[in-house]
Design a protein around this ligand. Structure first.
Ligand code: IVH
Length: 693
């Protein structure tokens, strides 16, 4: 690790106390800055605060300004951009940039493996599987270790020189590390925009009133093709290398390793970024398992992928397998089902939520996207509709990524039918016809009908019965809707006066289901204070806030009478939530319902303060990952919290214990790397048993 002294100031060598020559000082600053930017951008593990890095950076800038002869192409100061071009130069690839054949099913992968098996005359072959990154292909050319050219793929033969923009990508080394790299090395890989960076970029585009990008790939492409490299420098681009192009070395005919996975390792030792999901497989049958596991973890990966790629590992075998036109025979892309598709927006319906929020929902001509048939997609609110400019009748791009609710991305303007109108949300609730209004600059308008509005009442009852709330087994959404429509129940307290006869008289409800439902309603009466608070459906009071309120006050009447100012002393309760809580309990109707609930027999055990009890996991930071097979995840989380733990969603150095269920992925891997204690589900259950409540 390069060493540096933070006591050095930003002054140049003229008043430096160092005896080094200026040249040596510059070299020293290069290596320190490269070391820390590698830790920050590639390893995600910064060692020094940003302010220290900035000091060193500034020091180098000062020297370079005073001594331009010491400024070199690989100086970290060259990453900030500045050059503005009129156009990009065309570059002919010395070795063409190929594409991949695509497969969409396991059968096609089997055929691929069989073709290779025949070509290799039944010789055993290893396979390397890697994510198919959803970005843009790039070819980086290093000469004597120095990055001198970066070309886009273009048509595979000719691309564009985007070196000024590529220099601003912090994870790409401007100079290779070590000394064993060949004289000329072309590295091929994918430039992409990580998901988080993409979200941040779009937020800042909205704040600046500029156009947003439809997806991270478009954002990466737009950023890489910026003529002003300062703009590119402000964009969060990243890269993973997945292969090589031209390699030349006068001293050694073939300085590269002989298998694909070893080449990737070799590139990595020279400082080039490689995707950590690359995996060597012994037999092609393992490809499907790899595909399934990556598909499952796709939503958690920090970058977008659109499939996986399988490659024959041995270069000699690759050569034997050969090429078909512009794609290698030794590699194939196993694509995920498309996440975007085009369909027609037939109508916009307005749904009324539990708190009266009106949400426009696009009704679509059914379309297969993200592996399912989609007929509805959210449009969020009026501002989103305006921003996207969608109109009823438009052809639209629909996106469904993982389990995320399908979304309308944008209209296809070139296909807009004649005589469409801009859409405006209704100013009255479509269900109870009360006035709908937008308060406090909220994006959504709300029905002012309150509990008079059947839609709000239905949602409030569904919420009350839901798993994380009172957990009334057998009371599904459809049944709630039927009961409200039939006026069997008006609010949550009516649930406790339902009779077996009235339930079994309903459509599709037999005696047995009615018995079970009455039993579940009875069982739910024994609950916990946090669950009860959460189930009341106070605006913006989720599980965590309900728990914080219960722990802070311990007694329900105390919460009921608390005023907004005092409520803000509760952890995580800000002025808006405090106001929502106070005004909820100010409403007479709500208090009547609460009294009826308590009279019906809802009760909970007294809360014992942390310091009155020996909690085995007191303040221990725990992460739950993977799927649990015996215990439900929410229950496990609640039990851990009861035992004093702080349950967090992501693994960091602060994490003290990771509980890993089945198919735990990147979080488990990170925990192993950080040497954090790991427990499986059985051990967790044993712990719970030991401290049985
Ligand atoms: S290998 C000779 N590996 O997919 C094979 N390509 O259709 C060259 N891509 O243009 C490509 N992730 O931009 C390879 N792990 C990966 C990839 C990958 C994404 C892109 C690449 C290429 C396209 C091929």
């Amino acid at each position: 690790m390069p060493t540096f002294s933070t006591s050095t100031t930003t002054s140049s060598a003229s008043n430096s106390t160092c005896s080094d020559t200026l040249q040596e000082q510059v070299q020293h600053l290069h290596s320190i800055l490269n070391y820390h930017s590698h830790r920050y951008y590639v390893l995600d593990d910064p060692e020094i605060p940003d302010s220290e890095y900035d000091k060193l950076f500034c020091q180098l800038e000062v020297i370079e300004a005073e001594h331009p002869e010491l400024l070199s192409l690989d100086s970290p100061t060259q990453r900030v951009g500045g050059k503005v071009l009129d156009s990009f130069q065309q570059i002919t690839h010395q070795m063409p940039m190929l594409s991949l054949s695509n497969a969409f099913s396991s059968d096609e992968i089997k055929d691929f493996a069989q073709r290779i098996d025949e070509r290799l005359e039944h010789e055993h072959f290893d396979i390397v599987a890697e994510p198919k990154l959803d970005g843009l292909a790039i070819s980086l050319r290093y000469e004597y270790g120095l990055l001198i050219q970066a070309a886009t793929r273009g048509d595979g033969t000719t691309g564009e020189d985007v070196i000024n923009n590529v220099r601003t990508i912090q994870s790409i080394p401007l100079r290779l590390t070590g000394a064993t790299y060949p004289r000329i090395l072309e590295v091929r890989g994918e430039i992409f925009m990580p998901k988080k960076g993409f979200e941040r970029l779009n937020q800042s585009q909205i704040a600046k009133g500029e156009k947003t990008f439809a997806n991270p790939r478009n954002a990466a492409a737009g950023s890489l093709r910026q003529l002003d490299s300062k703009t590119a420098a402000s964009r969060p681009l990243d890269m993973f290398c997945y292969g090589i192009g031209v390699v030349e070395d006068p001293h050694d005919d073939d300085p590269m390793q002989t298998t694909h996975h070893l080449i990737l390792n070799q590139l990595n030792t020279w400082g080039l970024p490689i995707c950590s999901e690359v995996k060597k497989l012994n037999q092609w049958q393992d490809c499907i398992e790899y595909y399934d596991s990556i598909l499952l973890r796709r939503p958690d990966l920090p970058y977008e992928i659109d499939g996986v790629v399988y490659k024959v590992d041995s270069l000699a075998q690759q050569q034997k397998a050969g090429f078909i036109s512009r794609a290698p025979r030794w590699a194939i892309a196993h694509k995920f089902p498309a996440e975007e598709a085009m369909t027609r927006l037939l109508n916009i319906d307005v749904q009324v939520g539990r708190t009266g929020a009106l949400t426009p929902v696009g009704r679509l001509e059914p379309v297969f996207v993200g592996g399912v048939t989609v007929t509805n997609a959210t449009l969020h609110n009026q501002s989103e509709i305006d921003r996207k400019g969608v109109r009823i009748g438009d052809m639209v791009i629909v996106r469904r990524a993982g389990d995320v609710i399908p979304e309308i991305v944008k209209p296809v303007l070139s296909a807009r039918p004649e005589q469409t109108d801009a859409y405006t949300m209704p100013d009255h609730c479509p269900i109870c016809h009360s006035l709908a209004e937008r308060v406090n600059d909220e994006a959504k308008s709300r029905c002012t009908g309150g509990l008079f509005c059947p839609a709000q009442r239905k949602e409030a009852i569904k919420h009350f019965a839901s798993r994380k709330a009172m957990d009334i087994d057998g009371l599904g959404d459809k049944l709630v809707e039927q009961m409200v429509d039939a006026e069997m129940i008006h609010d949550i307290s009516d649930l406790f006066s339902l009779s077996i006869d009235s339930i079994s008289a309903m459509e599709r409800m037999g005696q047995k289901s009615a018995d079970n439902l009455i039993q579940s309603i009875e069982t739910c009466k024994s609950t916990t204070l946090p669950r009860f608070i959460y189930s009341l459906g106070i605006r913006e009071v989720g599980e965590a806030t309900a728990l914080a309120l219960a722990n802070h006050y311990r007694y329900f009447p105390e919460i009921k009478k608390a005023k907004s100012e005092e409520l803000q002393e509760v952890p995580d309760v800000g002025p808006v939530v405090a106001h929502n809580i106070e005004s909820f309990f100010d409403q007479e109707h709500n208090n009547e319902v609460i009294n009826q609930l308590l009279q019906a027999g809802i009760h909970w055990p007294e809360i014992i303060k942390k310091d009155e009890l020996e909690l085995p996991l007191l303040d221990k930071i725990i992460v739950l990952t993977g799927s649990l097979s015996v215990m439900n995840r929410n229950d496990a989380k609640a039990r851990l919290i009861e035992l004093g733990a702080k349950v967090s969603g992501s693994v960091s150095k602060k994490t003290q214990l990771v509980i890993a269920g089945d198919k735990a992925g990147s979080k488990l891997k990170k925990a192993e790397e950080l040497g954090i204690e790991i427990m499986d589900e059985a051990e967790m259950l044993a712990l719970f048993n030991h401290y049985e409540s």
